[in-house]
Design a binder for this molecule. Structure first.
Ligand code: HEC
Length: 494
């Protein structure tokens, strides 16, 4: 029988490394390969028919022919042939579609598209370098812990394909080998939205200086509650947006009730100290968080976010200046589901922004932690850690009753990329589970993003201050909102 074991045995008989032979065979130009193949078939036919090859070379020759046959028959090895001489349309484009075009297509955040051969060819060498250095696609989860469905990293075979394609002169190949069109939605990374909510007024962003968080309250006027399958924020001045959040303010909420509606405001324009304080603290559920590079929310089938009837959406935007004055009018795309989902998604946070002393100057591993206990059972879906310029590392742990900890996610933090991390397999957590988030900060010279290693860093909104927020998403019964979730149920009680 033909098996990989027999390839190894034959290779052993003729004292050759199997992979060496495989490489040699698959590197032959196609006409030579064809010729070889036909010779093999003839010889194999002869051999199988019982004549054999009896002289001293017989064993070796037979083995080589057998090995060549095996190599050519074995699909895995044939694939290696493609990998050694990959072409753009057949081998590289599928990788770009699946791993790169989310950002590298027109209108998205990457500086150039990687959609056509003409797009990709000039970047070939840089593509090979960035994928092998794993700087592209951006991904910062430590491989120690967890598997995440939005991890776009290339596997070894895909890396080899790219390396060999570039190594062999980045040939186009045959356009007919191209994979099917991925059908990206133009202007969105979610399915075509059922509703686009645009902030009614643009926010002016100055050329320089610090910009306080901007808010804009937008009534939905939804006569009925809406279940949201997917949502995406699209700032119009993307280069100026450090992060953005949309909160859902249900009609019974008193949060920012006295603030203006439909126009931008900041905490300090509110004058009333109570309102000013309120701007920064809310228990309202988050619809979504946006930061450069973050993927839009697209909840797993059967789960959805909920916007109760007559809710308002509260946009909170943190703009940064970059020398050019401009204005921003962010849009929110919403995809509704019909009927009721099986579970409702809530976004919670493990945050520490009050009781912590400033980060001392010239320290490279300053640690801050926060713990919380889940009041009720829930399904854990994913994470979104948030820090500022001194951010170094962030992790989420379960602290078990015996004191041992289990790390669910560890992120080697990169300020430029604030990403979400969605569990490939969501995890059931029982009420009473203790969660811990730990953040480390590098306030030393070694941190290339550090604006001033000699400063003690206070906690606050601006990027030269620090933050420690470990957002995480859970799914619960559709009837349970954020407030109900925090009402602790006793064991056994329904
Ligand atoms: C999440 C969005 C995103 C994804 C996914 C992504 N890129 Fe990028 N890529 C960017 C952005 C943004 C930049 C510009 C980075 C910068 O300015 O530092 C970039 C820059 C690059 C560069 C230029 C690198 C350099 O050193 O200047 C290359 C090459 C590149 N990407 C290739 C790829 C390839 C190949 C893939 C897929 C395997 C990919 N990218 C996936 C967003 C992305």
């Amino acid at each position: 029988m033909i098996s990989k074991d027999s390839v190894a045995t034959v290779a052993q008989i003729i004292s050759l490394d199997k992979s060496v032979l495989t490489k040699w065979v698959t590197s032959l130009p196609p006409p030579t390969l064809e010729l070889l193949f036909s010779v093999i078939n003839v010889v194999r036919g002869t051999w199988v028919a019982g004549y054999g090859l009896r002289n001293n070379y017989g064993m070796v020759a037979r083995s080589i022919f057998l090995l060549l046959t095996l190599v050519l028959l074995c699909p895995g090895e044939a694939n290696e042939g493609h990998q050694l001489r990959p072409t753009f349309y057949r081998d590289v484009l599928p990788v770009l579609e699946q791993h790169c075009q989310l950002c590298h297509r027109s209108g998205e955040i990457a500086p150039f598209p990687l959609v056509t051969y003409q797009d990709a060819r000039p970047w070939a060498r840089l593509i090979a370098e960035s994928v092998s250095a794993r700087t592209m696609p951006p991904w910062f989860a430590d491989t120690c812990c967890g598997h995440f469905s939005n991890d776009l990293s290339l596997n070894q075979q895909e890396l080899t394909t790219i390396a060999n394609w570039v190594g062999s002169g980045a040939p186009p190949g045959n356009p007919q080998d191209a994979p099917p069109d991925p059908h990206w939605t133009k202007g969105w990374n979610i399915p075509p939205p059922d509703l686009v909510v645009k902030m009614p007024r643009a926010v002016n962003i100055p050329a320089a200086g610090e910009v306080e968080y901007s808010y804009e309250i937008v009534p939905t006027n939804f006569p009925d509650g809406k279940w949201i399958q997917a949502s995406e924020l699209r700032p119009s001045a993307r280069d100026h947006v450090h992060h953005a959040v949309v909160y859902v303010r249900p009609p019974e909420s008193s949060w920012l009730r006295d603030a203006p509606v439909g126009v931008p405001f900041t905490a300090s324009t509110l004058h009333d100290p109570h309102l000013m304080h309120e701007a920064h603290s809310t228990t309202s559920d988050l619809l979504l968080v946006y930061a450069p590079g973050s993927s839009p929310e697209n909840w797993p089938t059967g789960t959805a976010k909920y916007i109760p009837a007559h809710s308002d959406l509260v946009f909170q935007l943190h703009y940064t200046t970059n020398g050019h004055a401009t204005e921003d009018q962010t849009s929110l795309g919403l995809v509704f589901i019909k009927g009721e989902p099986k579970q409702r998604v809530l976004t919670l946070q493990l945050a520490n922004d009050h009781d912590i002393i400033p980060i001392p100057p010239n320290t490279d591993n300053y640690r801050v932690e926060v713990e919380g206990t889940l009041p009720n059972n829930c399904l854990l879906l994913g994470f979104f850690p948030h820090m500022h310029l001194r951010g170094k590392r962030f992790e989420y742990d379960i602290v078990h009753d015996d004191g041992t900890q289990e790390t669910l996610l560890r992120v080697n933090y990169h300020f430029y990329w604030q990403l979400s991390y969605r569990l490939t397999v969501p995890r059931m957590l029982a009420g009473g589970t203790k969660l811990r988030a730990i953040a480390w900060y590098d306030n030393s010279r070694r941190n290339a993003h550090n604006p001033n290693p000699d400063a003690a860093v206070q906690w606050g909104d601006q990027t030269y201050n620090e933050m420690m927020v470990g957002f995480f998403d859970i799914a619960v019964s559709p009837a349970i909102g954020k407030e109900q979730f925090f009402v602790r149920r006793l064991a056994g009680e329904k």
